[in-house]
Ligand binder design. Structure first.
Ligand code: GLA
Length: 739
């Protein structure tokens, strides 16, 4: 609900309120964002009080009383009128001047929202507030967009900058700015690297600027665009928390600045790093959409708001709410070493285990026998697959099992037919050596003819293979863009991102029933932009259950299980060398979109039986596991335990994943307090190995918790124990009992 009352704008969701006003100078003063407050006759209690001039500050203008922009919480800020904090907009006119002063002009409130030019954004029912600001001196306009998604407690923001009579160069255009009248926040971001994505990075904000950003050209595994800002005393389960994210897959930047006066400013949007966009008279620039939420119930409230929003307003298309198939992926089983017979044997074994889809990963095209060649040559390798992709598809249909295919459309290998034909299509500095990432170069997808070629050749491969699933990979970061500068030089990163969206729009649009999974060397482009086109993303190349348990739990701070690819792979783990049991690997992977990434044709009888059972269990519970509400479980540090519970919307069923790393002898019973169950329903609580069974009401399970069986390393004839050696996980089923 959006209300305008005199000079006040009030945006309400189910549990939150967002209030700002138009000051008599025309600036927008941010008054409040937090837990829902009822409507008031006036809101002057929230105004910044400024009767006395702060010494050494810059007054906005003599006639408007004591107004210093630096001493206010604002909705938007420019440069050069006395606000010395980080600006949301920065631009230069051709004469070199850069003072901006955007003030209120008009507003509109309406139902629904329109798309953002060339960029993905949220969809579905919402209410929109559009505010037009104007700077009459430089003759430019800013339009601020606010979209209110009431049921999800989400407000999204973005803006448009429009040049009037003068040409200007935008060097910063953030999507949202949020000022708080206080400091004392802590901040959490998700940082990492290849195979070690999504580590929690927690800091206490102090005066100065903290920046979480990517300059890699992709949203990156180094700094995911999600950011959690919380009260110092907030926790997972209680306290005031704000969540922010960006619907964007390129260079992004989330800043938190605590001013000298201890106000906090949050900015998020396209990274100003080498961003500059020229606007001729009448032209506009639209920023990506920023997403914000607030919860007074700790970070869990923020996670739940994001999960609901992502499921209902970001992920779209045929697969959005559909149960995802269990797949077997060929990569770690074969790497580049396979032929048709080997694939068919593995696909038969996969089908016999109950898998629904066999994904042929890298190596099926050109003469790609290692990662040094053939990217760009999306023609089947007839030495490996003499009957082509269509021949393979026919054999798969007989099994029957569906075929999935790996592609990496944005890349080219120097050793490829494509590079021979079009060396100028690569992003590289001519006449110098190339910087290589995994031996490959990027294609310049800012160019229409390059994108047309990619769309043609990929569409053709997908048509021939009749693939039901596509894994869209991207294995290097962007460097050497400056060669391609020319007239729009510093805008390359953004134009690359727009090119990527154009490719995704055209290719996914041509195959509406195909399930697409994003991938970028694992989670190097795990963001809301990709999720607007592809309903799931491969979270990490690291499939070690030990690391994955943390990785998945951290990722679920923002992203729901239905968007996370999670596989059971071979042991010892190819990324860490660690050995974990098949049960443990499954227990962790089944809380995502499940796959197997090992040679299923060479499993022994016991393993085959175990995997069949796992797949049966997963399929029976896939809707719950993929789309249920997930709650992280809290344990004392002493217990060294980690876990989560996923609860069905009707609360009739839930599944718990408990993970414990190294075994410690002689420990007391672990107390596991559940969450999300119906307090008055009676449940059966049972470990998947059936060694622990209890019946209890939801309130007992959630408030008092269960004292679990004692943990032992090896079984010694006792029945009622928890056999969990080093690095092990166990599943529990919680099922409502008939009254
Ligand atoms: C990337 C992906 C892997 C696999 C390989 C293939 O590293 O993350 O899952 O597809 O590429 O080359």
């Amino acid at each position: 609900m959006i209300k305008k009352q005199n000079d006040i704008f009030k945006l309400d969701t189910k549990n939150t309120s967002y209030i700002f006003r138009v000051m008599n100078t025309g600036h927008l003063e941010q008054l409040y964002y937090g837990a829902f407050v009822s409507d008031n006759d006036g809101y002057d209690a929230l105004y910044e009080k400024s009767e006395v001039e702060y010494a050494n500050s810059v007054l906005y203008c003599k006639d408007s009383g004591v107004v210093s922009l630096e001493q206010l919480c604002l909705e938007i800020s420019g440069v050069g009128r006395g606000d010395f904090r980080e600006a949301a907009v920065d631009l230069t006119l051709d004469d070199g001047s850069y003072v901006t002063d955007f003030v209120f002009n008009s507003y509109k409130i309406y139902d629904g929202k329109r798309e953002i030019n060339g960029l993905p954004s949220s969809f579905g029912d919402c209410t929109t507030l559009e505010i037009q600001l104007e700077d009459t001196v430089i003759d430019a306009k800013l339009t601020l967009f606010y979209h209110v998604f009431e049921a999800c407690d989400i407000i999204t923001r973005h803006m448009t900058v429009t040049a009037g009579g003068k040409t200007l160069t935008l060097t910063r255009a953030m999507s949202a700015m949020m000022d708080f009248p206080r400091g004392n926040f802590k901040l959490m971001t998700l940082c990492g690297t290849w195979a070690d994505e999504m580590q929690k990075n927690e800091i206490e904000l102090k005066r100065g600027v903290f920046c979480n950003d990517s300059k890699l050209g992709v949203s990156s595994n180094q700094h995911n665009p999600f950011m959690l800002l919380s009260d110092k005393n907030a926790s997972e389960k209680s306290g005031d928390c704000y969540g922010f994210n960006l619907v964007y897959s390129g260079n992004h930047c989330e800043m938190a600045e605590v001013s000298a006066q201890n106000r906090t400013r949050v900015l998020l949007g396209i990274n100003p790093f080498h961003f500059s966009h020229r606007l001729n008279s009448g032209e506009s620039f639209e920023t990506p959409e920023a997403v914000m939420t607030f919860s007074s119930c700790g970070s869990e409230g923020v996670s739940h708001a994001f999960h609901k929003f992502i499921r209902e307003h970001i992920v779209r298309g045929a697969w959005a709410k559909k149960q995802r198939p269990v797949l077997v992926n060929s990569w770690e089983a074969n790497y580049f070493d396979f032929d048709e017979e080997k694939l068919v044997a593995q696909a038969k074994a996969a089908a016999a285990l109950g898998a629904e889809l066999y994904v042929l990963d890298d190596g099926w095209f050109g003469k790609r026998n290692d990662d040094k060649s053939s990217l760009g040559d999306w023609f089947v390798n007839l030495e490996k697959l003499p009957n082509g992709l269509d021949g393979l598809q026919r054999r798969f249909a007989e099994i029957p099992i569906k075929l999935g295919l790996w592609i990496e459309p944005e890349m080219v290998s120097v050793d490829s037919e494509l590079y021979k034909l079009h060396p100028d299509w690569a992003v590289a500095v001519r006449g110098s050596h190339f910087t290589m990432g995994r031996n490959q170069l990027l294609l310049d997808i800012t160019r229409g003819e390059v994108r047309d070629y990619i769309v043609d050749v990929i569409t053709n491969a997908l048509k021939t293979s009749r693939a039901s699933y596509i894994k869209w990979d991207m294995n290097r970061n962007i460097a050497e863009v400056f060669w391609l500068c020319e007239e729009h030089n510093s805008d390359f990163y953004h134009r690359y991102t727009l090119g990527f969206y154009d490719l995704m729009r055209r290719i996914t649009g041509a195959f509406p029933d195909v399930l697409f999974e994003g991938c970028s060397a694992g989670g190097n482009r795990f963001d809301l932009g990709v999720l607007c086109y592809m309903p799931q993303i491969w979270l990490s190349d690291n499939t070690d259950a030990h690391r994955r348990a943390a990785l998945q739990q951290n990722a679920s701070m923002c992203y729901p299980q239905s968007v996370m690819g999670a596989h059971v792979s071979a042991c010892p783990c190819h990324q860490t060398g660690r050995t974990t049991s098949l049960e443990t690997r499954f227990a962790v992977a089944c809380s995502g979109v499940l796959g197997y990434e090992l040679d299923v044709a060479s499993l022994d009888n016991a393993q085959r039986e175990a995997v069949s059972q796992q797949i049966r269990f997963y399929k029976e519970n896939a809707n719950l596991l993929q789309f249920g509400t997930i709650y992280p479980l809290s344990f004392e540090e002493f217990d060294g335990a980690q876990g989560w519970i996923i609860v069905a919307p009707n609360k009739e069923k839930a599944i718990v994943m408990l993970y414990q790393s190294t075994f410690v002898a002689n420990r007391r019973s672990l107390v596991m307090r559940l969450e999300g169950l119906a307090k008055d329903k009676k449940y059966r609580f049972e470990s998947i190995d059936k060694r622990e069974t209890h019946t209890a009401t939801g309130d007992l399970l959630c408030r008092a918790g269960v004292r679990l069986n004692q943990r032992v390393m090896l079984e010694n004839g006792e029945e009622k124990v928890r056999v969990m050696g080093d690095y092990s996980a166990l599943l529990y089923e919680i099922t409502q009992m008939q009254p």
